[in-house]
Design a protein around this ligand. Structure first.
Ligand SMILES: NC(=O)c1ccc[n+]([C@@H]2O[C@H](COP(=O)([O-])OP(=O)(O)OC[C@H]3O[C@@H](n4cnc5c(N)ncnc54)[C@H](OP(=O)(O)O)[C@@H]3O)[C@@H](O)[C@H]2O)c1
Length: 242
C-alpha cells in the first residue's frame, strides 16, 4: 500500500515514517510537508529507505500543483499530523490556527478524494486526522483551559468526518485523540504527569501512537474516533502478537 504522511518534519510523523519503512505491508511512503523531510534515521532491521519520497508543498491553501497531485495519486491512506499545536497557538493569530489545523486538512482530503487510485481502488482511502484528547466538538461548551483552541480543533474533527462522508465512499476518515505524547527527547517528569492526570490528560508514547495509526492505515480503521486508550490497546495488542 501507498501511505502519505502529512507534516512529515514533525515529532509524530517522523516516528510514523520510521515505522512505515520497516512495515512489509507498506510499499511506499510519501512524506508531505512545507519543507523537505530529512532522510529517516534510526531505521529498524528490515527497513527499506527506497520506499521513502519527500514531497514539498509550499502552499497548502491553493489548488495543489500537478506535480504534487501526481506524487499523491494512488495513495491508500494518509496520516495527517499538520496543526498549530497548543504551545504555539498563543503566538499565532486565530485565523491562522483555523486555517492550518482545519482548512489545510479538509483541502487535502478533498484533493485526495478526486485523485486516481489503482489496484485496490474500490476500498476507500483512509484519512486519519490527529487531533487531541481534549478537543471539543460541542461548540456550545466552553473548556476552561485553552478553550478557544480546543473548540477550533473539535470543529476541525467534525469537518473532517463530514467532508469524508460527502466523498461518495472515496475517503473514510478517522480522528485520533491522543493525550500528551512522550518520546525520546520529550520525557515528562513525575510531577508533570501528576498535574496532567489531575486535569484528566492521559499520555501515550510516540512509538505507540505511530504503531496504532500505522496499523489502522494498513488494516482499516476500527472506529471513527480513536481515543488515547484505543491507541495504546491497539499498539500493545500488536506488540503481543510479535
Ligand atoms: N506532541 C504532543 O504531545 C501532542 C499531543 C496531542 C495531540 N498532538 C497533535 O498531534 C499532531 C502532531 O503533533 P506533533 O507534536 O508531531 O507536532 P509538530 O512536531 O509540531 O509537527 C507539526 C507538523 O506540522 C507542520 N506545520 C505546522 N504549521 C504548518 C503550516 N503553516 N504549513 C504547513 N505545515 C505546517 C510542521 O512543519 P514545520 O516542521 O515546517 O514547522 C510539522 O511538520 C498535531 O495535531 C498535534 O496537535 C500532539
Amino acid at each position: 500500500m501507498k501511505l502519505i504522511v502529512a507534516g512529515s518534519t514533525g515529532f509524530v510523523a517522523t516516528e510514523v515514517i520510521r515505522q512505515a519503512l520497516a512495515n512489509p505491508a507498506v510499499a511506499s511512503v510519501v512524506a508531505l510537508g512545507r519543507r523537505k523531510a530529512p532522510e529517516p534515521q534510526r531505521l529498524d532491521p528490515g527497513a527499506d529507505v527506497s520506499k521513502f519520497t519527500s514531497v514539498v508543498l509550499e502552499n497548502f491553501d491553493n489548488e495543489y500543483p500537478e506535480s504534487v497531485k501526481g506524487a499523491l495519486a494512488g495513495a491508500d491512506a494518509c496520516i495527517w499530523t499538520i496543526a498549530v499545536t497548543p504551545s504555539k497557538s498563543k503566538t499565532v493569530p486565530r485565523e491562522q490556527v483555523i486555517k492550518v489545523s482545519r482548512d489545510y486538512a479538509v483541502k487535502c482530503l478533498e484533493t485526495l478524494s478526486r485523485l486516481p487510485r489503482e489496484g485496490d481502488s474500490k476500498k476507500p482511502l483512509r484519512f486519519i486526522y490527529i487531533s487531541g484528547h481534549k478537543a471539543e466538538r460541542d461548540q456550545s461548551k466552553k473548556p476552561l483551559i485553552i478553550g478557544d483552541y480546543l473548540l477550533i480543533r473539535g470543529e476541525a474533527e467534525t469537518r473532517i468526518l463530514e467532508t469524508a462522508k460527502q466523498t461518495g465512499g472515496a475517503v473514510q476518515a478517522a480522528v485520533a485523540k491522543p493525550g500528551l505524547i512522550s518520546g525520546p527527547g520529550k520525557k515528562t517528569s513525575w510531577l508533570q504527569r501528576t498535574l496532567l492526570s489531575l486535569i484528566g490528560l492521559p499520555s501515550i508514547e510516540v512509538s505507540e501512537i505511530a504503531a496504532a495509526l500505522l496499523q489502522q492505515a494498513v488494516k482499516g480503521v476500527e472506529k471513527e474516533t480513536l481515543s488515547n486508550d484505543d491507541m495504546i490497546r491497539i499498539a500493545r495488542e500488536m506488540r503481543a502478537r510479535q
